[in-house]
Design a protein around this ligand. Sequence first.
Ligand code: 6GU
Length: 221
Amino acid sequence: MKIDILTLFPEMFETIFSHSIIKRAITEKKVEIEIHNFRDYSKDPHHKVDDTPYGGGCGMVLTCQPIFDCVESLKTKDSKVILLTPDGLPYKQKVAYELSKEKHLILICGHYEGFDDRIRTLCDYEISIGDYVLTGGELASMVLTDSIVRLLPGVIEEESHKNDSFNNNLLDYPTYTKPSVFRGMEVPSVLLSGDHKKIEEYRKEESIKKTQKRRPDLLEK
Ligand code: 6GU
């Protein structure tokens, strides 16, 4: 998979993908991630990328030209263009799975007070990562990239994302490791029993109990 990210703040991405699983996915060529400063595409003599809103109001609005030119220079028949915006569709694990099957993603990070609404015509999807407002789409594009790359074939064992929270609308069961007693807190004895059928039942029950307690909305789906 190739992921192109359009931003005015490329420095924000310098370390985020240089660690752990995403770093390994890049080294092993499971994914290629490229950061583009769309200011470089501005045809304005001062490389301006924003202007005042028609109709008045406060703040500056991202203009069409640099973003259109940047997207059009990257886009192929295999591309899906995604705008990160608080008024987009809520991002869910199911969407991450769907996007992980694509060959090429182009992520556009909005910034400042907003963007010219005609930029939406470039996009296949508009996505929000939650009901709160960020200063820009950069963090959101990092969230999408991380959650999608871990699902690419060979990046982590499929067995480990089969049990992820939100699969089957259930939260994860609790896990433990050595020692079996820490400061008087004991690991549930069933996990030490070696009875795999019982362990599986216990985990399923714990998943359901936790979901009922913390996220009953998931069970209603
Ligand atoms: Cl994608 N962008 C911004 N600016 N704020 C957000 C968001 C995105 N998702 C939730 N809040």
